[in-house]
Design a protein around this ligand. Structure first.
Ligand SMILES: *[C@@H]1O[C@H](CO)[C@@H](O)[C@H](O)[C@H]1NC(C)=O
Ligand SMILES: *[C@@H]1O[C@H](CO)[C@@H](O)[C@H](O)[C@H]1NC(C)=O
Length: 299
C-alpha cells in the first residue's frame, strides 16, 4: 500500500522534529538505544555492544551478579545481590563482552552507595530491587548506554517477547565456559495468574513478573541475578524485569521470576534527582511478535 503524505503526516513529522529538538536542547538522556544491536525478528548471535547497559557486579574481582545502567551513574540490580554487602571491594564493570580475556570497551567504577528497597523480604523475595551509585559517572559509547525502564502501569501480557542477558550458569550447576561471553536468551512473559498457579505455595506477588517457556530449556540461572529482562518497543529497549529467582533453571513449568520494574518508578525517581532515567510506558497493544530462533542461549 502506498503511504501518502497528508497534512496530518507533515504535522506529526513537525511535532516529532520539534520534540526531538526540545529533548536534545534540554539534554534529555536518550535511553534504550543499542546502535550495535542488529537483532531483528529472527535472532542472531550477540555481537559486542548488543546490550550496552549490561553491568557485571564484581566482588574481589569476581563476577557475582548482573545489573543494568539506567543513567550515567546509577545501576539497577536485585536486592538479594547487594543487601548487606559493603561498598568496599565492590566494582561495577560496563561495556564488557567477556568475563575473561580482553575487553577493549570496558569501563569500571567503584561503588559510592547501595540503596536496597526498604521492603525487600529475603523470605518471599518480594521487592527484590536495589540501586547502586557509581563512584563517578561513566562516559557513554556504543558499548555503554543506559536502558529505558518500564513506566508505572505498563502492561506485559502473557506471551510478550522478552530477552534476558547475563554471564550466569548455562545449566543448573554448570559454569559459562571460557572466555565467558555474555549470553542472551529469548523468553516469553508468562501471565501472573498462570505463574502463581505453577509456583503453588510460593507467592508470585504483583511486584514480580514471570518469563520462560512452559516446556523448559530457556531461562536465566545462577549468576544472572540482578541483570535485565527486556522487551523492544520500536527501536527502544525497555527493561521490564530484574532477574530474581526460580526453582532450578529452565525446568518445565517453572518460569523464571523477575522483579517487576514498572512497580518501582516512584521509588527509583525518589533516589535519583538529576539525569532521571528514561521511563517508557508499555501497553498491551505495543506487543511485537516474538521469535525464538536464538543461537546462544542460557539454559
Ligand atoms: C501463555 O503463553 C504461553 C506461550 O508463551 C502459552 O503456552 C500459554 O498457554 C499462555 N497462557 C495463557 C493463560 O494464555
Ligand atoms: C502474597 O503477597 C502479597 C504481597 O506481600 C500479599 O498481600 C498477599 O496476601 C500474599 N498472598 C498469599 C496467598 O500469601
Amino acid at each position: 500500500m502506498v503511504r501518502t503524505f497528508t497534512k496530518l503526516n507533515y504535522f506529526i513529522l513537525f511535532c516529532k522534529l520539534l520534540f526531538s529538538w526540545i529533548a536534545s536542547y534540554f539534554c534529555v538522556s536518550v535511553c534504550g538505544i543499542a546502535p550495535l544491536n542488529s537483532k531483528i525478528v529472527g535472532g542472531a548471535d550477540a555481537v559486542p555492544g548488543s546490550w550496552p547497559w549490561q553491568a557485571s557486579l564484581q566482588y574481589f574481582g569476581k563476577h557475582f551478579c548482573g545489573g543494568s545502567l539506567i543513567n550515567k551513574e546509577w545501576v539497577l540490580t536485585a536486592a538479594h545481590c547487594v543487601a548487606g554487602t559493603s561498598t568496599k571491594k565492590l566494582l561495577v564493570s560496563l561495556g564488557r563482552q567477556n568475563l575473561e580475556g580482553k575487553n577493549p570497551n570496558e569501563v569500571s567504577r567503584r561503588v559510592a552507595a547501595i540503596i536496597v528497597h526498604p521492603d525487600f523480604d529475603r523470605g518471599t523475595m518480594n521487592n527484590d530491587i536495589a540501586l547502586v551509585r557509581l563512584s563517578s559517572p561513566v562516559p557513554f559509547s556504543h558499548y555503554i548506554r543506559p536502558v529505558c525502564l518500564a513506566a508505572s502501569a505498563s502492561v506485559f501480557n502473557n506471551g510478550t517477547g522478552s530477552w534476558v542477558t547475563g554471564w550466569g550458569h548455562i545449566k543448573e550447576g554448570e559454569l559459562l565456559p571460557f572466555p565467558q561471553t555474555i549470553q542472551e536468551v529469548a523468553v516469553p512473559v508468562i501471565g501472573s495468574r498462570q505463574c502463581n498457579c505453577l509456583y503453588g505455595v510460593i507467592n508470585i506477588t504483583s511486584n514480580m513478573i514471570c518469563a520462560g517457556r512452559l516446556d523448559g530449556g530457556k531461562d536465566s540461572c545462577q549468576g544472572d541475578s540482578g541483570g535485565p529482562m527486556l522487551t523492544k518497543l520500536g527501536s527502544v529497549w525497555i527493561q521490564s524485569g530484574i532477574v530474581s529467582f526460580g526453582i532450578g533453571c529452565a525446568r518445565p513449568n517453572l518460569p523464571g521470576v523477575y522483579s517487576r520494574v514498572s512497580r518501582y518508578q516512584t521509588w527509583i525517581k525518589s533516589h535519583i534527582s538529576s539525569h532521571e532515567p528514561g521511563f517508557v510506558h508499555q501497553s498491551s497493544s505495543n506487543l511485537y511478535k516474538p521469535h525464538f530462533l536464538v543461537k546462544r542461549k542460557l539454559h
